[in-house]
Design a protein around this ligand. Structure first.
Ligand SMILES: C[S@@+](CC[C@H](N)C(=O)[O-])C[C@H]1O[C@@H](n2cnc3c(N)ncnc32)[C@H](O)[C@@H]1O
Length: 222
């Protein structure tokens, strides 16, 4: 099962794992790939019947129905801590990922590896994780075309030791990623655009100014 760079990075941050629950599985690509790479079993779950039907078909076509189970449910509602050692939630907004974890407090106990790939609002997700006892263990970037995607490997039950100002934009673990300079520039452009929009609407730009200042310091190695 060949994956795109984004999902391949998510798979790399899941491994090693024995039993994976993939929330929002779509075609079950990630589950199938992980089982091929050594996971004993996987649960591919999705909130919508369409993607789940596609997942079931795909699992059967790969001859993996005995090892990859498809479950229709919102978030982690159908699962408990005993159902897996690893949980992945990829390709959703950061706020949705946080709300799925919030509804499953067992993910905060530290017994599970969580692999999270926010498409948007990564800063809000990081803030929520730090405030709720989850720590980012690893963080890395993948590129697909012009887009960069961030993937976080997270554990509950730990205090995140990183209290730096830029913590919510990226953790220290990302600083050595080969794609980090490019990511920094994308963040700068995003916050610059936001600052200009707010300034022309007569709104306060203090947050954008602080972020832009910090990005500039990071760029110069401060
Ligand atoms: C953009 S796709 C991402 C698919 C795959 N995880 C990936 O990263 O390529 C988002 C999937 O998440 C599912 N989804 C959205 N909200 C969900 C929720 N609360 N619980 C479970 N699945 C959800 C959607 O139905 C859709 O199949």
């Amino acid at each position: 099962m060949e994956l795109t760079p984004r999902l391949k990075l998510a798979a790399d941050l899941c491994l090693p794992c024995e039993r994976i629950i993939d929330v929002g599985c779509d075609h079950a690509y990630l589950c199938l790939h992980l089982v091929e790479r050594g996971a004993k079993s996987a649960v591919a779950s999705d909130i919508r019947p369409g993607p789940l039907a596609a997942a079931k078909e795909h699992i059967a076509a790969c001859g993996m129905s005995d090892r990859v189970r498809a479950v229709l449910c919102p978030g982690l509602e159908a699962f408990g801590p005993e159902d897996g050692d690893t949980v992945s939630i990829c390709g959703m907004g950061g706020e949705m990922i946080a709300s799925i974890l919030e509804a499953a407090p067992w993910t905060a106990k530290g017994a599970h590896k969580l692999v999270l790939q926010p498409m948007t609002a990564g800063n809000k997700l990081r803030r929520w994780l730090a405030a709720n006892g989850y720590a980012v263990e690893r963080e890395a970037l993948a590129r697909e075309g012009d887009r960069l995607y961030v993937v976080l490997q997270v554990f509950g039950g730990r205090q995140d030791g990183c209290g730096s100002e830029n913590h919510y934009l990226f953790t220290e673990k990302l600083l050595t990623d080969p794609l980090f300079p490019e990511y920094l520039e994308k963040l700068r452009l995003k916050y610059e655009k936001s600052r200009q929009g707010r300034a022309s609407a007569g709104l306060d730009t203090a947050e954008e100014d602080a972020v832009l200042k910090r990005l500039e310091e990071v760029r110069h190695g401060a």
